[in-house]
Design a protein around this ligand. Structure first.
Ligand code: ATP
Length: 579
């Protein structure tokens, strides 16, 4: 039974349990073995003393040195294994968290991503994941390197002189307590510096992506000044965070080491035979070495607190993203053609006054092409996106017997979408169209009148098109995006202004092939340009006040003055023709 999910830290430890087992075994071996060092150091001092006293020979010393070397070799071997697997453990967790973050971000509606300033969000969350994983790595390492080893040292110290140990062990906890009390301060300054780093990244992104606009409108100096402000803020907060994190370390160390003076004083008395125990030089040397290592470790433990505190702050920020992420669904095979039935569809943007559209009903059979148009900003794109079911809508959309959206079947395998923004990526023409799907792309290139353009490209369809397709013209970008949506066999196609950047002759050619070659699909064609509308099966006119009319071009032309005016205006300008 699974009791905790990806929104819990334990989930990530649990998933790496095999690596953790190796880390535990090698960690215990290494850290318990660590006390061998001080013990051998003491024995070496004693052997030296004995050699000068004539009770031992150099051969005894050689044998001891050999043993020392072998034991240390074994202990360091265990350390190597532990370190290697702790790194693997941290890398796996980092990958797993970043994968979940990626899944969450790609599933976040585009609208929310735009509102959340994705650039800054990504920088912040990625760096939070790194901090968090570093905290988990340190915690895992230090459980052994600090916890187990300190316990081993304490046992060793008690074994040599329990009364002296009680006295000297007062100081490391004081260092702990101080570290603990300053944890919050360290965390707060770290959080502020991270926030500032996120804001700076967002600003850098803005400065680069809008550089041309700022230059053209003489805004560069003002923007540079703003940028300097962000930079100065980042510098200040970063320095403060580093200061708190790093300058405390020597203070913890000094406090923890005060006990050394007691060891020298009381340990010396033990050697002289006037103390609580009777010691030889080996015991004194071993005890002192053990205590120094213990004190050093305890100051590391203070640093560990800081790392864990920072990790906790980061965890609180990334937890909602990891919790919300769901597994990416497997690709679904294309659905079979079916009828589309839309009943009383409505949509209102959160926080807006009124609906973009409401009570909109229509239906379509495979082979139908429906035009969607209306005044500027009347909601054409919003209506097209309703079929992607990213946001809840009112009413119902049925494709065949399947209801889409609002918790019902996701539109996988049903809807193909060619948005306002071509959404091309930095790869070749072919890869942008294919998106992993095999088959010959030549026919689809011909249908969108892109074959001749491709023939002029230096590497044909294998020509890289640059980030967002910036090496192509607007019309070429639009046609490649259209080719992509036609190449992927989806029975319901939403095409949002696909002809905005192509000339009218090309528009006609493409439309003819849409009619002839895609007669098994339903196409919703969003457009400002009405030249093709007399050839469409139906037209949806959005008034811009939430109301709409669904009719044939002829009926709409006769009954809707706004539609008629727009059509006539474009017709007079040569942009629309009666069928
Ligand atoms: N994410 C959003 N949140 C809130 N309001 C939005 C959002 N996106 C669009 N709108 C608003 O919804 C209305 C319709 O926008 P939409 O982009 O759907 O119109 P459109 O008809 O496609 O526009 P255009 O004529 O420019 O192509 C506009 O008033 C717009 O400001």
């Amino acid at each position: 039974m699974k009791r905790f999910g990806p929104g819990s830290v334990r989930y990530y430890f649990y998933h790496e349990k095999k690596l953790l087992l190796i880390v535990t075994l090698s960690g215990i071996l290494y850290n318990v073995g660590m006390i061998a060092g001080p013990w051998f150091d003491g024995q070496l001092a004693q052997y030296l003393y004995d050699i000068f006293g004539g009770t031992r020979t150099a051969a005894d010393m050689y044998a001891l040195c050999l043993c020392y070397a072998l034991v240390i070799l074994g202990v360091q071997g265990a350390r190597y294994v532990k370190r290697l697997y702790v790194r693997k453990f941290a890398n796996n967790i980092s990958l797993s968290m970043k994968d979940r973050l990626y899944q969450h971000l790609v599933q976040t509606p585009k609208r929310d991503m735009e509102q959340a300033d994705t650039g800054a969000l990504m920088t912040k969350v990625i760096s939070d994941i790194d901090t968090c994983v570093e905290g988990m790595r340190k915690f895992t390492t230090e459980i052994f390197d600090t916890g187990v080893v300190m316990a081993a040292y304490v046992v060793m110290l008690v074994w040599y002189d329990w009364r002296l140990t009680l006295c000297v062990l007062v100081f490391p906890p004081i260092a702990y307590a101080l570290a603990n009390s300053l944890r919050r301060l360290v965390a707060v300054t770290a959080a502020r510096s991270k926030e500032s780093s996120g804001a700076l990244s967002g600003m850098t992104l803005d400065r680069i992506s809008n550089a041309l606009t700022y230059r053209v409108y003489g805004e560069e100096a003002i923007q540079d000044q703003r940028y300097e402000g962000y930079l100065a803020d980042y510098e200040k907060k970063m320095i403060l965070a580093n200061l708190w994190e790093n300058t405390l370390q020597p203070i913890y160390k000094v406090i923890a080491m005060i006990g050394t003076m007691l060891v020298i004083w009381f340990g010396g008395r033990n050697v002289l035979g006037t103390g609580w125990e009777s010691w030889d030089i080996a015991a004194f040397s071993t005890y002192l070495a053990c205590f120094i290592k213990l004190a050093t470790k305890s100051s590391h433990a203070a640093k560990l607190f800081n790392a864990i505190q920072k990790a906790q702050v980061s965890w609180q920020r990334i937890q909602p993203h990891l919790q919300a992420a769901t597994e990416l669904p497997d690709p679904v095979p294309p659905a079979a053609p079916a009828a589309l039935t839309v009943r009383h569809l409505s949509f209102t943007y959160p926080g807006s006054d009124g609906p973009i559209f409401q009570d909109l009903s229509f239906s379509a059979r495979p082979g139908t092409i429906i035009g969607i148009t209306g005044p500027v900003a009347c909601g054409k794109s919003t209506l097209g996106q309703a079929f992607l079911c990213e946001n809840p809508h009112g009413g119902q959309i049925f494709f065949g017997a399947k209801e889409l959206g609002n918790g019902h079947t996701a539109p996988d395998g049903i809807v193909g979408y060619c948005g306002h923004d071509a959404e091309l990526f930095a790869a070749t023409v072919e890869e942008n169209i294919r998106l992993g799907l095999s088959g010959d792309i030549a026919p689809v290139l011909k249908k969108v009148c892109m074959d001749e353009d491709c023939a002029t490209f230096p590497m044909g369809i294998e020509t890289p098109i640059g980030e967002s397709g910036q090496r192509l013209s607007g019309g070429q970008q639009a046609r490649i995006a259209l080719a992509r949506s036609l190449f992927h066999p989806r029975p319901l196609l939403i095409l949002d202004d696909p002809f905005a950047a192509v000339d009218m002759a090309t528009e006609r050619k493409i439309f003819t092939s849409l009619r002839q070659d895609y007669s098994d699909r339903i196409i919703l064609l969003i457009s400002h340009r009405l030249s093709l509308f007399p050839n469409l099966d139906q037209v949806i006119w959005l008034n811009g006040d939430g109301t709409s009319v669904v009719a044939t071009h002829e009926a709409l032309y006769a009954s809707c003055p706004a539609y008629r005016n727009l059509y006539d205006l474009q017709h007079a300008q040569g942009g629309a023709h009666h069928a």
